[in-house]
Write a protein that binds this ligand. Sequence first.
Ligand SMILES: *Cc1c(COP(=O)(O)O)cnc(C)c1O
Length: 396
Amino acid sequence: MQKIKNPSPLVWKQIDLDAIGHNLRVLKSLTTAGTSIMAVVKADGYGHGAVRVAETALANGADHLAVARFHEALELREAGIAAPILILGYTRDDEIDQLMALDLTFTVFDLESAQMLSKKAVARGGTIKAHLKIDTGMGRLGILPDSRRRDSALKGEAVAEVAIIAGLKGIELEGIYTHFASADCRDKAYADYQYKVFTDFIGELKAQGMEFPLVHCANSAAVIEMPRSHFNMVRIGITMYGLAPSEEVKTDHLDLKPAMEIHSIVTSVKKVPKAFKVGYGMTYVTEAESVIAAVPVGYADGYSRLLSSKGSMLIRGKRAPIAGKICMDQTLIDVGHIPGAKPGDRVVILGIQEEEAITADEIAGLTNTINYEVVSSLTARVPKIYSDSDSGEDWA
Ligand SMILES: *Cc1c(COP(=O)(O)O)cnc(C)c1O
């Protein structure tokens, strides 16, 4: 059957590509000329749509892209995006042939991954571009410098390992990088420690004649608060989408514009008496006569059930509290104080309506998580509508 685009979904993401372009230009202005910008578009561009975000980022000063997994890079190439793409995470050996054909950049995070890559490259008779990942404090992927090894008496082990990797056939080590565990904290002591481990290790490698054209470690928080960590490339994620890396990183002076709103419509409205029970488990009971409206968004859309009787939505420019448990496909809101609320009214689940706003940070606070998860965890059932000043609006 022919694929039909859903022309009128009941709940959708409104993505403002101009905001993404604006944010990226603002962030780029914090770096010095000659610093490359790697736009991080993993997880479908933090839920904003990887392809459109990547195109927008590349048109506004980014020259590299990063994704977490191979299939995310594949999607970008299939969309015709030719920019360098670094896969930050693990890539399976059976994907290496395609990786080479698509000119993607691999992350080498240990000797085994490098040897596997080299074998594949030699078998295919080509070279694979790779960046070397160093674990300076995250404890995730990456080569541990000597000082972080269990047996730290072994001096020179880490450098020797990199030397073996550098000598492998078929691998072009184009970059070296690490990742901060806490650049978004006010207290930069640990980030400073990581920075030192990274620069010391780069120094040790250099002393052995190993240098890398691209050096990067700054994420959004470090782009804003640790200029010395920019080296010659920075990796920008959350701030490109207009959100702050944490409450402790001040972004007010940057005029970042959130690029995602979530909208829906009222599907049903009913006037109810006092002591009316609402939803599964009857956890919400009206204190007075009221009006209950149904909104077609639920936890299967990625709208957290933790918002039950806690969160709110905007309708007619006013806040309406969520009444009772969020269902799989629907949520009920109390609109007793909002005159005229009726089916078809626009509901803002995330975003701005008149003078009111519901931010990703507000939702994150109520659900004990971070804004990153709020925007990236909506499910495929919630389509996107893109707007930008050139082409107006279109669905994806
Ligand atoms: C996700 C990610 C980033 C982007 O971080 P933000 O805080 O969103 O800017 C950078 N580097 C790596 C390795 C990542 O996984």
